[in-house]
Design a protein around this ligand. Structure first.
Ligand SMILES: *[C@@H]1O[C@H](CO)[C@@H](O)[C@H](O)[C@H]1NC(C)=O
Length: 435
């Protein structure tokens, strides 16, 4: 500023003392207050963007953009002799800017028989232990996880959602459950299937996101309140209220965190119904396809059974509980279905020489908080020529080159991705139109 201009300014200032401009000052302040309110409250109206490629602009979700997806570490179980799989995983991870730590898996033959958890039959079962190094994800994995994180905060919270926001109750919708005794997961009782599925749009719970968030807890909600985030699976049962009496299931069951479903409608990462299958041998699509409109992603607790430990996050609380149950008390079966039963509140059936769990005691004590999404965010990739080491669920071995559930699969697009093709030039594995 020139000295001359400065003088003029001084003069102007002297002529009109500061308090004369109070109305203008007030107006300016109001403008800023208004802008702040609009940005912080009005802005939240579009908290979940329509485009599945778009990130959420919420400070509490920023850590999901880091190289460990907002978790402390990501481990991959790899059988040391399957270097082919390790290479494919490393490359996919590098492309997605994800940092992995490989852990050597063991085959049954290398475990000392004395080290097996009870009961004795485990020696037979564990021999089939497998690598989980054939995991795949959509190129929008961080976008998916950001939306999941909001859901996980609500679903794992110890606060009653409807007590904090009573008007939410009127937004609950009841979809008919399309699971049947045949299609539901047989790992738990299929006779008490819920008739209706209470659901709420994820976006309607947004006022509780911030209440559910404390800095330092990480983006997925308080890890002292959840055990497992089951992000990669090959099918999850619709959630249930374990307290509900079977005869009351004809009517609307009371909504609780155990059976509430949060929905994200028009999510383009979700294929249309006919593609929503866990494996090529599956007859009809998953119940998700018939119970909800096309392109709906749902989030809920794993209280209806779940299969395949393709990818999951464990909190310290969860790790302690799993170690206690499966390392010390014992288990009997295949690990993923045992974890599915555990999340649904069931204890392992240890066979005839062990006491049956007391059903009354069981319902009171064992609240386990496992949160999942359908379709899964991580899925099993069936590689080009490889026969999987894992028997397919329907009997045979998986032979098709594909990844179920994922549209812009990283593994299916590796070639294009290394050639530097942009996000929108990739192949959609499960397009809406008929081929
Ligand atoms: C990513 O974020 C999580 C959650 O805040 C944090 O624990 C982790 O250390 C971060 N990882 C990296 C590599 O920054």
């Amino acid at each position: 500023m020139s000295p001359k201009g400065g003088a003029a300014f001084e003069a102007a200032k002297r002529k009109r003392p500061w308090y004369y401009s109070r109305p203008r000052l007030l107006a300016t302040c109001l403008l800023f207050v208004g802008l702040w309110t609009w940005l912080n409250i009005g802005g939240n109206e579009i908290l979940i963007p329509e485009s599945s490629f778009e990130y959420l602009k919420d400070e509490s979700l920023r850590d999901i953009l880091n190289t460990t997806l907002g978790f402390q570490k990501i481990f991959v179980l790899n059988l040391p002799f399957r270097t082919d799989r390790r290479d494919a995983m490393s490359l996919s991870a590098a492309i997605s800017n994800i940092k992995l730590e490989f852990v050597d898996g063991v085959t049954g033959a290398s475990i000392n028989q004395k080290a097996y958890p009870p009961p004795e039959e485990n020696i037979k079962h564990l021999a089939g232990i497998r690598g989980k190094d054939d995991v795949d994800w959509d190129i929008r994995v961080r976008q998916n996880l950001q939306r999941f994180a909001f859901a996980s905060r609500v679903l794992s919270s110890s606060h009653d959602l409807f007590a904090t926001s009573p008007n939410l109750k009127s937004h609950v919708e009841y979809q008919s459950n399309t699971e049947t005794e045949d299609t539901a997961f047989q790992i738990i009782d299929t006779k008490n299937l819920p008739k209706t599925l209470p659901s709420l749009p994820l976006s309607s719970t947004r006022s509780t996101f911030s209440q559910q968030y404390n800095k330092g807890e990480g983006p997925y909600g308080d890890p002292t309140k959840w055990d497992i985030l089951w992000l990669g699976h090959c099918g999850a049962g619709m959630p249930r209220d374990p307290q509900a009496h079977p005869t009351s299931l004809k009517h609307h069951t009371p909504v609780s965190p155990s059976n509430l479903i949060l929905t994200n409608l028009n999510d383009d990462t979700v294929p249309v119904g006919r593609h929503i299958k866990a494996h090529p041998f599956q007859g009809g699509p998953d119940a998700l396809a018939t119970a909800f409109p096309p392109h709906t992603r749902i989030y809920h607790r794993s209280t209806g059974g779940e299969l395949c430990t393709v990818g999951y996050a464990v909190s310290q609380r969860g790790a302690r509980r799993l170690l206690h149950q499966f390392g010390i008390k014992g288990w009997n079966g295949i690990f993923d279905s045992e974890m599915g039963r555990w999340c649904a509140g069931e204890d392992p059936d240890m066979g005839p020489s062990y006491a049956k769990p007391d059903p009354v005691k069981k319902k009171k004590q064992k609240e386990r908080v496992c949160v999942t999404s359908q379709p899964p965010i991580f899925a099993h990739h069936h590689p080009m020529q490889g026969e999987s080491d894992i028997g397919g669920l329907g009997g045979g071995y998986a032979r098709k080159y594909e990844t179920k559930y994922l549209r812009y699969s990283v593994r299916m697009n590796l070639e294009r991705l290394v050639q530097g093709k942009g996000e929108r030039e990739l192949e959609d594995q499960w397009p809406d139109e008929e081929e």
